[in-house]
Write a protein that binds this ligand. Structure first.
Ligand code: PEP
Length: 248
């Protein structure tokens, strides 16, 4: 049976007290559900440690973004290594909001990806196309460019895990989700590209983009998908627990 991953990206939706209260509530309710999936929450940087403490034993936490230099005069940044030292196991890299709102290039995403690897965390590399790119039949081209840039000339550390989140930009935070069979088609393409670019590495592929309790099981059942990365619906105990229960 495949291992299942349920990841929740809280983005910048919750203040500190709201984050801690949600984590406390989740811990109480998730312990009763005895979930078999690997669960990770990506809270805002300011609440990460407090949320980590609250979720101890039920979910790990990770950053939504990292900086690639380990230490130095980079006001306002937090390095991948610092997150690792704070006890994080996973880190999001190249989320579509970073790429499109903050104009992060494939080259910057590559530096962050490498920094996460060097810090010995598991990168959750987000890739996906915009709607105009999909309409132009450029899905494979865009995703291959994102993957190629992240992996080119990289000496892959033997035995390290790699998670790729397929998150079509038009589905993130819009309420419009990708058809599960299409997400599966793209996940299979990602799987093939990664194997070719990284000499047989088998990534774990997740789907993200308006996942809810009524569609999550369909994504998780697809052969190349091992779970989901959820934004909005992970920021309320009720909707997150419904998602968890739907795949339990
Ligand atoms: C995300 O932030 O990664 C995401 C998929 O958001 P949403 O579930 O809100 O579409």
């Amino acid at each position: 049976m495949k291992k299942l991953y349920l990841f929740g990206n809280w983005k910048m939706y919750l203040g500190h007290e709201e984050s801690v209260a949600l984590a406390r509530d989740l811990k109480k309710q998730l312990s009763a559900l005895s979930v078999k999936a690997t669960m990770a929450i990506f809270p805002s940087a300011i609440s990460l440690l407090a949320v980590k403490e609250e979720l101890d034993g039920v979910a790990s936490v990770g950053p939504q973004n990292v900086y690639w230099v380990e230490k130095g005069g980079y006001t306002g940044e937090i390095s991948a290594m610092m997150y690792r030292q704070a006890g994080c196991q996973f880190a999001l890299v190249g989320h579509s909001e970073r790429r499109h709102v903050f104009k992060e290039s494939n080259a910057e995403v590559r530096q962050k990806f490498e920094a996460v690897l060097n810090a010995e965390m598991t990168p959750v590399l987000c890739v996906g196309e915009t709607m105009p790119e999909r309409k132009d039949d450029r899905v494979e081209e865009v995703i291959e460019a994102q993957l190629r840039s992240a992996f080119m000339d990289l000496a892959w550390p033997k035995g390290r895990s790699l998670i790729i989140a397929y998150e079509p930009v038009w589905a993130v935070g819009t309420g419009e989700s990708c058809d599960p069979s299409e997400a599966e088609r793209v996940a299979a393409v990602i799987y093939k590209f990664v194997g070719a670019l990284l000499d047989g590495v088998e990534p774990t592929v997740l789907y993200g983009g308006s996942v809810r309790s009524d569609n999550v099981a369909k994504y998780c059942a697809e052969p190349h998908l091992s779970g989901v990365l959820v934004g909005g619906a992970s920021t309320k105990a009720s909707t997150w627990l419904e998602i968890v229960s739907a795949v339990k």
